[in-house]
Structures are given as structure tokens and as C-alpha cells.
Write a protein that binds this ligand. Sequence first.
Ligand SMILES: *Cc1c(COP(=O)(O)O)cnc(C)c1O
Length: 419
Amino acid sequence: MSSPVWHPFTQHGLGEPIPQIVSASGAWLDCADGRRLLDLISSWWVITHGHCEPRIAAVIAAQAGQLDQLIFAGYTHPQAETLARALVDLVPAGLDHVFFSDSGSTAVEVALKMALGHWHNRGEARHRILVLEHSYHGDTIGAMSVGARGVFNRAYAPLLFDVATVPFPAPGGEGTTLDALARLCAAPERPAAFIVEPLVLGAGGMLVYGPDMLRAMRDICAQHDVLFIADEVMTGWGRTGTLFACEQAGIAPDLMCLAKGLTGGLVPLAATLASAAIFESHRSMDRARMFFHSSSFTANAIGCAAANANIDIWRSEDVPARIAALGAALDEGLASLGAQATLHNPRRIGAIAAIDLKAEDAGYLSDVAPRLRAQFLEAGLLLRPLGNTIYLMPPYCTSREEIGSAFATIGSIVDRLAD
Ligand SMILES: *Cc1c(COP(=O)(O)O)cnc(C)c1O
């Protein structure tokens, strides 16, 4: 009997097995057939501390019995108020306003709309968006427009708006990136904003660049009065070693997008943080200048309670130390693969480790990724290579032993691939 479920990023015509997961805890998933899988990609980059984190789960249960969902236009609730204050305290100084939504893509759409609304309300016709090469910002039409073009969005290309692309700062190419950014910022068609994944481009292949580069890009935007949007949907909540990646560069963006780990990953919630200047350009006695955006589940009380519980964990425990220990285990794992001739370019930032296969036919649709994914699954590992990039992004509770044995398995599977 075939299921009516249509899965994301899944070619149903291939008939690949779709395991059914019935429960989870820590870094482990339990399959309906009794097998256990080690979730090495935090269930698509959202779980931070671990699955079903007991304190967050308890708060969710309690909140569900007290206040579930409330219209947020003209009404508010304590969980949202507490969370907004906590977020403003935690993020780099200068982001004083919090707009809630429900996914990373929506947080990005909101940031783009706020940027355009800002210039519109100030009477400046600025709508051009600058993007970084190889970026990913989500799958809605606006978020796709500011992301890399490719097979994922070819069918929708006629609907995507034009952007100007700044080359990725590959080692040695930093000057080219900064020159291109400065040129675009100063062009007669003044840009509205530059949107960036800070320190690591996730879906683009776990491409890493340094904090100096991030700071230099931010400075150029500030010099030219171009709004700087930090998409911390994936990098936020400790993934790069600090609570937010922007901290490592000592920068404050004009707009910041948060989602994924905001609730520890247990339930969906997103937030777009904005500077006072952007809020003020919308604030007026004129209703035509308000921010015209909402989604049904904006500031859902259960989601906000989960995020508050997540922040309590960050405040009461040394989460960065846990991430550093996990990072050391990932380094050991990468080093253990070092001897493999088919692999190159190992890299690690925070709780993300990646290494590339020297595949001739690199690219998302090359069949090496699904072949590897199937073999990893067979061996009890949930991994999902991006083209020829094998990466791990485990929950922070994953132990050194679990990482060590995962790398041993990965090594032997990659070894066999070469035969
Ligand atoms: C995952 C991701 C998004 C989209 O988030 P969704 O919740 O899947 O819509 C946006 N930006 C980045 C950097 C992401 O990694």
C-alpha cells in the first residue's frame, strides 16, 4: 500500500525506502521496525541540545494546557513578551525589535519586506538586493530569489526577482569579494540590502569563511548605508560555537533572521530582529506605513514558551563548552579520515564538520550523494550528503564515542565506494 504523503526533496519515482520514526531521544531516532539511527544532521539542522529535550518538552506540555494560540495583531501574551526581551538581550546590540513568524523562509521574507518598506517609507526607491554566491535562504519565492539558482528552482525561475551576486570569498579571493561588494553598494541603482549567511553557507555545501571577512562586508554596507541582513537561521543557537555567528566578527546587523534552533528544534518558531531605525521608519500616525505582514501562527504561545525554555538552558548551562567538546570530537573524526585518498578539504566550525569527495561528477544530482545516503542509513547513520560534500551537524548531546564510531563507519563506507 503506498502512502499519500508527498515528501520534501524526495523523488518518489525512485522508490527509495522511507523509514518510519516513532520516537527519539538525545541523538537517536527509533524506527518502527526496531532499528535505531544516529541523527548526525540534527534532523535537518534544527535540533540543538538533543531530541525531545525533557525541560523544553515539559514546558511545551504545560503551555499547551494554558494558552495555545492567540491573534497577535493587537493582542499579546507573556511568553512572547518574555521571549522578545530575552532575544534583544542576547543578540548583538542595536537589534531592538522582534517580529515573530514560523519558519526560516518566512523570517527571511519578513527581513526583505522590512528592508524594502524601510526605504519606501523614507521616500527612496531602493529595492535591489545583494546576495552572496552559493547562498541558501529558504524555498519560498522571495527566499529562493535571494538564493543560488540551480536545478532546485529552475522551474520557478520566471517568478524569481533579479538580484546582484557577490562572489563567495574563497581563500585568496577575499579582495575580489570586497571589491565587488563595494562596487555594487556604490552603483547608481542603490541597493536596499545585502543578505548573508554568517561564517558558513549551509545548503551551498558547508562553505566556510572567516570572521574578518564577515566584518569587512558589514563595514562596506555600513559605509554605503546598505542594510545588512544576517540570516542566522542555521548558524544561530550555538551551531558555529558561539550563540550567534555574528558575535565572532563583533558585528551587529540591521536585520537578523532566527528559526531552526530557536526552540531547541522541538516546535516551529521564527523571529526577525530589526534595528530601531527600521522600526522607526515604519512607525507613524499613518496606517499606510505599518508593516504589512502576518502569518496565522505568528508568536504562537507554545512555540514562544519552548524558545523561553531553550534560552533558560543557555542561561543555566555551559552549552558553548559542550559544543567545544563536540567540536574536538569532530576534529578527531575528520583527522581519522585524513588518510583517505578520495577525500579532501576537511573543515570544521563549531558543531559542523564537512569533507568533500574528489568526485568528478560533483553537484547535487550526482548519484554519489544518494548512494552514500543509502549506505549510511543501512549502517544506522542519518546523514544526507550535499552533492559531493559529506557533513555532520549533530545535536550537542552527541558523545565523543558516538562521533568516533560514526566516523569509523563513514570511513569504511567511503573506502568501499572507491573500489
Ligand atoms: C534552513 C534555512 C532557511 C529556511 O528555513 P526553513 O525553516 O526551512 O524555511 C533559511 N536560511 C538558512 C540559512 C537556512 O539554513
